[in-house]
Ligand binder design. Sequence first.
Ligand code: DQA
Length: 143
Amino acid sequence: MKVKNLTVIHGPNLNLLGKREPQHYGSVSLEEINSQLSSKAENANVSIEIFQSNSESDIVSKIQNLKSDFIIINPAAFTHSSVSIRDALSAMKIPFIEVHLSNVFAREAFRKESFFSDLAVGVISGLGAEGYIAAFNFAINVK
Ligand code: DQA
């Protein structure tokens, strides 16, 4: 096991997963994603904290106070707008994977721009909820 303390951060509107534009984001709820991650973490003996917020400042404060050694983050709409979340990740120097449920490169032009990708260990986009599992497996097996 590589990572021992993992934090998963979900950005704005991801609390609506399952009901929200299923053609883009699928039918799996956030609770289902979180419980799958939690049980995988328990099996792997990894401590996991999962946080969702619709507020940019709450996400910045959360990142500033993290003690974890790896982050999986779906910044959602903040991907395309937030210098402050980028700067918090950069300041904390905690490695992270950027996850998107939808393939952001197959959608509107503004979604192709990310304030995070150049800092990320890697980016997963378009694999739906499986993207979180792939990121988790990387964190515990490879990182
Ligand atoms: C998203 C893609 C973003 O463009 C969008 O604003 C989201 C979700 C995704 O998971 O596909 O809210 O990050």
